[in-house]
Design a protein around this ligand. Structure first.
Ligand code: SF4
Ligand code: SF4
Length: 292
């Protein structure tokens, strides 16, 4: 199956493969990302259906080999709604925070969240419709997500209830994968349609407070995208990036002779920019490597 932009800077690729420099095709980063999402969510499914006690629960709250893991945004809402946090919630939240401080804050979005697969499909459909001039794409200021982040926390505080969880597509999808069909899935369908017909990756770019919470960790996390001096400013990376504002440093020609690290926490470490770069100017940087 062919995917968007059959040739990105002369690197032919399909949905899951990309041509290497030698011309040989191999699995692209998307293959590993989707595999990661599938395996994590399948482990949740197996824990419920055959009692395989590796990863139990859902993405909102789970246990990995007995260790509690809690989505930090859920913990914040619970604290604001009920003014206390059970010790297991604190431990589970801290474990997740430490993990994503190392792995890269919004890596959750590209490597764990099941909605991101739907988001990528909607993005493809949206691009086709825009290209055929059937619809117009809409862009907004990405900083609006901070307003939603505060808004949903306020809702929890004033309602004494986790209001956001009613419409949270991540939680809805995760529960549906584990427990089966749920009427709440219609919310996911509506979001998907908005992303196809109205604005590219509308939910992930402008609203999702889960992604926003992880983005705060992303500013100081150990894994980053780095640009070397080979960059010729062809802008291929901008065209494929979910959050192109994070690549502003790449645009900066005054930094041409230097290596530049993408420090924005909004980067989801999806690796799309790395793959499309015909100069191999972009790559993953791990600060931990330097420490070892
Ligand atoms: S922004 Fe939210 S819905 Fe989108 S991939 Fe990240 S966690 Fe999932
Ligand atoms: S900068 Fe690269 S790795 Fe980060 S979100 Fe954009 S395309 Fe993905």
């Amino acid at each position: 199956m062919r995917y968007q932009n059959l040739k990105l800077n002369n690197r032919p690729h399909t949905l899951f493969t990309i041509a290497k420099k030698s011309g040989k095709k191999w699995f692209g980063i998307r293959f590993y990302r989707w595999l990661s999402i599938f395996c994590i969510n399948f482990l949740f499914f197996l824990s419920y259906h055959i009692d395989l006690q590796i990863l139990e629960g859902t993405l909102s709250g789970s246990r990995f080999l007995g260790f509690h893991l809690i989505d930090p945004f859920i913990s914040m809402q619970m604290f604001l709604a009920h003014y206390n946090l059970h010790v297991n919630l604190i431990i589970g939240t801290l474990t997740i925070l430490v993990f994503y401080l190392v792995a890269g804050g919004r890596a959750f979005c590209s490597w764990v969240c099941p909605y991101s697969i739907l988001g990528e499909i909607s993005e493809k459909l949206h691009a086709v419709l825009v290209k055929r001039r059937i619809i117009q794409s809409h862009e907004f200021n990405h900083k609006i997500k901070y307003v939603f982040w505060i808004f949903f926390l306020f809702l929890a505080f004033f309602a004494g209830y986790l209001v956001f969880e009613i419409i949270n597509p991540v939680g809805i999808l995760s529960r549906a994968i584990v427990y089966g069909w749920d009427i709440a899935l219609f919310i996911v369908v509506i979001l998907f349609l908005i992303e196809v017909f109205f604005a590219k990756r509308f939910w992930c770019r402008y609203i999702c407070p889960i992604g926003t919470t992880y983005s705060f960790l992303g500013y100081i996390s150990a894994v980053k995208i780095k640009r070397n001096s080979e960059c010729d400013h062809c802008n291929a990376c901008f065209r494929v990036c979910l959050v192109p504002h994070v690549l502003d440093k790449v645009k900066d020609k005054s930094q041409d002779k230097k290596e530049v690290t993408i420090t924005s926490g909004d980067c989801t470490l999806c690796g799309r920019c790395v793959e499309v770069c015909h100069k191999n100017a972009l790559g993953f940087e791990t600060k931990l490597k330097k420490l070892i």
